[in-house]
Design a protein around this ligand. Structure first.
Ligand SMILES: C[S@@+](CC[C@H](N)C(=O)[O-])C[C@H]1O[C@@H](n2cnc3c(N)ncnc32)[C@H](O)[C@@H]1O
Length: 397
């Protein structure tokens, strides 16, 4: 029997004692409608979860609940994004495997979950920061070459900011922990674009003149430097990685960049994932600055549900087919009786049918309200959490 939990349960206080979850915990007895005061942003973005902004993350504590409830040997996330499932698995000593079509997302997931000699890492981060400041003389030729190669960089950065980012980038090859340095560089590049303060998520065009800032309620100027961001994010990265290093448990993590319709997943007893939704976000585009600066390959044509392909009936049909292909593929690696947890804002009620067609039994369905007061979208928003069980071994229908 499917149990559906309503989003509003006045009798129960929002559940925050995450460490108390055991296999006996009844998911339907948990009120997961957290408000900002129950689960503040600082806790949702604890340690490595905030190494770099990423639009479309799920709440780590939600993942923690399912990992504690099902205690898997191996958890898979075929849309691992910024690595939330993998980080939470690592915190609990659970082996994990993640895949994503975006090279940048895989880089970010790797940086979050890798093990470091943290003293050495800190020395490297301080050293490159110091050297890049010394190196930061105008290298006009190099900058011009990049301008020609990337009109994006030419349009979105003030010359001084781009020069500072390039000086840092040029030195990265000298270090052991290059992935971390690339993430610090990308985060600084995101903040030093010529944008308004209120539209860092979806900037439409470069902002070169002073502007009326809705966020700060005054006239603000677009930034012309990257140095302050490189410095701030360097120390922030050290702090966050050290914090996570002190609490992670021995486990193995693997991250593969590719199309999850085609990947051969390892045997697993739990899948926890939040798929892209139809016509909502362009996952490559949101980190465009990083692709341009780091020269990462892009696989946009294989991105499922991208906003660029829209929301039409045709786009929806193709979305459902592609999501089914991914879940059908991952189902091959899931043990019989294993659970697949899907967290999605299923506005068009597409997922119950997907479960049926793939031969999953829906064990629980939770609808929870999402408090978005901190984001730029402040309207009411509901998210579904589907817990499916694999009942058939073979066959899609
Ligand atoms: C909602 S996000 C996942 C966010 C993740 N749960 C987190 O907390 O960071 C969906 C992800 O699916 C990825 N994606 C889209 N199409 C894909 C495909 N064909 N194969 C693998 N990943 C894909 C996107 O790049 C995006 O990172």
């Amino acid at each position: 029997m499917v149990t559906t939990t309503r989003a509003y349960q006045p009798r129960l206080l929002p559940f925050t004692d995450f460490a108390s979850v055991t296999p006996d915990t009844d998911l339907n007895q948990l009120n997961l409608n957290w408000k900002e005061r129950d689960l503040p942003e600082r806790i949702r973005t604890k340690h490595v979860h905030r190494l770099h902004p990423y639009l479309g993350k799920f709440v780590p504590q939600l993942v923690e609940i399912f990992l504690r409830k099902y205690k898997p040997q191996m958890v898979v996330d075929p849309f691992c994004g910024s690595g939330t499932t993998l980080v939470e698995a690592t915190a609990l000593g659970i082996n994990s495997y993640g895949s994503d079509i975006s090279e940048f997302n895989c880089l970010l997931s790797r940086v979050k979950t890798a093990e470091y000699d943290t003293d050495h890492l800190e020395r490297e981060i301080r050293n490159i920061l110091q050297r890049s400041e010394g190196e930061n003389q105008l290298r006009l030729l190099e900058r011009t070459a990049l301008y020609v190669a990337s009109s994006y960089l030419a349009d979105w950065y003030a010359p001084e900011a781009l020069q500072e980012l390039l000086a840092y980038k040029r030195l990265i090859a000298d270090y052991r922990y290059q992935d971390v340095l690339n993430i610090i560089l990308s985060r600084a590049a995101r903040s030093s674009r010529l944008t308004t303060h209120y539209d860092l998520d979806f900037p439409q065009r470069p902002q070169v003149e002073p502007y009326e800032c809705y966020k700060h309620r005054r006239i603000c100027k677009p930034t012309h430097n990257a140095r302050q961001f490189l410095t701030r994010y360097s120390y922030d990265a050290v702090k966050r990685i050290r914090e996570f290093a002190s609490l992670r448990k021995p486990s193995h993590t693997q991250i593969v960049c590719g199309d999850s319709r085609e990947i051969t997943f390892p045997a697993c007893d739990l899948v926890v994932t939040s798929p892209p939704y139809v016509g909502l976000i362009d996952y490559h585009e949101q980190h465009r600055y990083a692709y341009e600066l780091l020269g990462l390959p892009q696989h946009t044509e294989a991105e499922i549900g991208s906003a660029a392909r829209g929301n039409s009936q045709k786009a929806q049909k193709s979305y459902v087919d592609q999501i089914e292909e991914v879940f059908d593929n991952v189902k091959n690696s899931l043990t019989k009786g294993g659970h697949l947890v899907v967290v999605v804002h299923d506005r068009k009620t597409l997922y119950p049918e997907i479960a049926k067609r793939l031969g999953f039994k829906t064990e629980t369905e939770i609808h929870r309200s999402v408090d978005r007061r901190t984001g730029r979208r402040s309207s009411d928003f509901y998210e579904s959490v589907f817990v499916w069980v694999k009942i058939r071994t073979k066959g899609r229908r």
